[in-house]
Design a binder for this molecule. Structure first.
Ligand code: SF4
Ligand code: SF4
Length: 379
C-alpha cells in the first residue's frame, strides 16, 4: 500500500468509502461481508474509513463502527461528516454530533468534514445563528475531532467564498470530485490550483465518476491519473464487494503517476465523451438576456447531461433560483448575437429543457443507484 503524509499521520493513499456497502437481497447492509472487507482492508494496509450521516439511511455509521471496533483503535482512522447540506428547518450541530459518536461507538472522530459545501447550502454553513463552525472548533479543542475539513461539489466561485469565510483558516483538508473528465468539465483543475495555493491537502471522491469512466479507461489508469495530481493525499473508493477491494489494493500497492503522454490520451478520450457545447463562460451573452438567466451555468448543465443523466446536472439546476431555471427562456435569441463562439444558445437551452423533462426524480435516482450498486456487487 502506498502512503501519504498528513501532519503527524501516515495515511493509506486508498481510503474505503462506506457509502456503497454490500447489501443483502432485502436491501439491508450485509454486515458479514462488510466485516470481512474491513478486516481485509486493515490487514492490507488501508487505515482510512469514510462514512457520513446519510449513507445507507444512517446505518453506514453503525456498521462501520461495529466493524472497526473489532480492531485496535490505533489501526484505523474514521472520518464522518456534518450534514449541513441537507436542507432542514433546524440545524443543531450538538444533537447530530453526539448521535454520530454514539452510532459509531467512538469517543472521537479522526477526521470530520462539513459535508458537501454547495451553492444550495453554503448560506446555512455561514449563518452564525446555527453556530456550526463555533461548535466544531470547540469539539476539536476537546479532542473529539482530530482534524477538521470539508467536502464540496461547489462551483469554483463558491469554493473560494467558503475558503474566504471564517471557515477558511480552520479547514485542514478538502474533499472534491476529481478525475480526468472533471479536470475540465467541472473545472477541477482550477479547484486543485486554488487548494494548492492555500496549502490545503486534497481528498479525492469519485475518481472513477461512479464507474462511468470505465467505458474509456481501466480503474488503474483512472487511479494513476488522480495519484499524479499535486496535493492529492487521499483517494476514496466506495467499494461494494470483496473483489473490487482486492483489485484496488493491488493497484495501490504498485501505483505510480501516468506519463504526460498517457494523460493526454485520457484527456482526448474525455473530450470525445463530453460532446460539449464550447462555451468559454466569457459572459458576453448574459447582460443581453431579458430574463436574467445565468447562461454559462445552463450550458454547463447541458454539458453535464452529455456524460451523466442524474446527480450533477440536476444539482446544478437546483442551485439556481426558480426564476433562473431554463424553462424561463423565451427563445428571443438576443444572447446568441453576443456570443463569440457562435453558439445557438436558445437551441442549447431548449435541449436542456427536454433533458430535464426526461430526467428521473430524486427518488428514481436513489433507486437506480441502488440497482447499479447491486449489479456491481454481483460482479
Ligand atoms: S434566448 Fe433565452 S437565454 Fe437567450 S437571451 Fe433570450 S431568454 Fe435569455
Ligand atoms: S457568450 Fe457564448 S461563450 Fe460566452 S458565456 Fe455566453 S454562451 Fe458562453
Amino acid at each position: 500500500m502506498k502512503y501519504s503524509n498528513f501532519k503527524e499521520l501516515r495515511l493509506s493513499l486508498l481510503g474505503f468509502g462506506l457509502m456503497r456497502l454490500p447489501v443483502t437481497p432485502d436491501g439491508e447492509i450485509d454486515s458479514e461481508v462488510t466485516f470481512r472487507m474491513v478486516d481485509y482492508a486493515i490487514e492490507h494496509g488501508i487505515n482510512y474509513f469514510d462514512t457520513a450521516y446519510p449513507y445507507h439511511g444512517g446505518l453506514s455509521e453503525v456498521v462501520a463502527g461495529e466493524a472497526l471496533r473489532r480492531h485496535p483503535r490505533e489501526n484505523w482512522y474514521i472520518a464522518n461528516k456534518y450534514p449541513g447540506h441537507q436542507i432542514a428547518s433546524e440545524y443543531n450541530p450538538e444533537v447530530i454530533f453526539e448521535d454520530q459518536l454514539r452510532k459509531c461507538g467512538v469517543e472521537w472522530f479522526d477526521f470530520y468534514l462539513m459535508h458537501n459545501i454547495h451553492e444550495t447550502c453554503i448560506d446555512i454553513y455561514l449563518d452564525p445563528k446555527w453556530g456550526i463552525l463555533e461548535y466544531f472548533l470547540k469539539q476539536k479543542e476537546m479532542g473529539r475531532i482530530r482534524h477538521l475539513g470539508f467536502s464540496a461539489h461547489a462551483e469554483l466561485e463558491t469554493l473560494k467564498r467558503f475558503l474566504d469565510s471564517p471557515y477558511g483558516e480552520h479547514m485542514e483538508f478538502c474533499q472534491i470530485q476529481l478525475n480526468f473528465l472533471d479536470w475540465s468539465l467541472q473545472r477541477a483543475r482550477e479547484k486543485v490550483e486554488l487548494l494548492n495555493s492555500r496549502d490545503i491537502p486534497i481528498w479525492v471522491m469519485e475518481p472513477l465518476r461512479g464507474g462511468k469512466l470505465l467505458s474509456i479507461a481501466t480503474p488503474e489508469e483512472a487511479f494513476r491519473w488522480v495519484a499524479g495530481i499535486p496535493g492529492v493525499t487521499m483517494i476514496l473508493s466506495g467499494m461494494s464487494n470483496e473483489q473490487q477491494m482486492v483489485e484496488n489494493i493491488e493497484i495501490f500497492n504498485r501505483i505510480t503517476p501516468l506519463s504526460q503522454e498517457e494523460c493526454d490520451r485520457l484527456y482526448a478520450l474525455a473530450e470525445q465523451m463530453k460532446d460539449s457545447v464550447p462555451c468559454t463562460a466569457c459572459n458576453y451573452c448574459t447582460p443581453a438576456c431579458p430574463m436574467g438567466l445565468d447562461i454559462p451555468t445552463l450550458i454547463q448543465a447541458r454539458n453535464d447531461f452529455a456524460v451523466e443523466t442524474t446527480f450533477t446536472p440536476l444539482m446544478r439546476i437546483e442551485s439556481l433560483p426558480k426564476e433562473g431555471h431554463p424553462s424561463n427562456c423565451i427563445g428571443c435569441g438576443a444572447c446568441s448575437q453576443m456570443c463569440p463562439q457562435g453558439i445557438d444558445i436558445p437551441e442549447v437551452i431548449s435541449e436542456l429543457n427536454s433533458q430535464l423533462v426526461k430526467a428521473p426524480s430524486w427518488k428514481e435516482i436513489c433507486r437506480q443507484r441502488e440497482i447499479a450498486a447491486r449489479k456491481m456487487r454481483e460482479g
